[in-house]
Design a protein around this ligand. Sequence first.
Ligand code: GAR
Length: 199
Amino acid sequence: MAGEPAKARIAILISGRGSNMVALADAVRAGEIPNAEVAIVISDQPNAAGLERARERGIETLVIERRGRQREEHDREIIAALRHRQIDLICLAGYMRVLSKEFIDAYRGRIVNIHPSLLPLYPGLNAQQQALDRGAKISGCTVHFVDETLDGGPIIAQREVPVYDGDTVASLSERILIEEHKLYAEAVNLVLNEIDSSP
Ligand code: GAR
């Protein structure tokens, strides 16, 4: 008997507030990302506010702290947790650590990240501050595949956001974040369709 196609199992990695994680989880629940489930939320920070928001939604959570270990060792523990749960796609959502080559190799083409600028402009930390410092009139957000470069992997989707005179980091970040929440779900749909149709 032919059953439902297997659901794509998504892991979301966070370090803090987790509003993009919530946006993805709620999009899955609303059927806006069909045939997918958020299987786990992993944080490297035990106090990440997003953990509670994931639990409220009935999503398994796991804290894997760095605990002074080398990046490779920390990542190995995360990879083991992902493999154990047969994860298909990893979404970084405010996960503030650079991934080791081993991690990227283990899930190449299956790790995506959201960044609050129109990459390749303003990679790294404080992207909104960088945009204001340069006097940008337009900024935005980008979802991209993660590779060995810093925020330099292939771009999946982008959305522009205007920068207004008098904007502060807070006001610009807030305007970009509204678009991040919509863009991330759209981009995950694109990626899952791609993974689905690949041989
Ligand atoms: C988001 O604005 C995300 O784009 C940014 O951190 C914020 C996390 O918010 N990520 C980066 O700057 C990565 N370089 P959230 O925890 O509420 O999703």
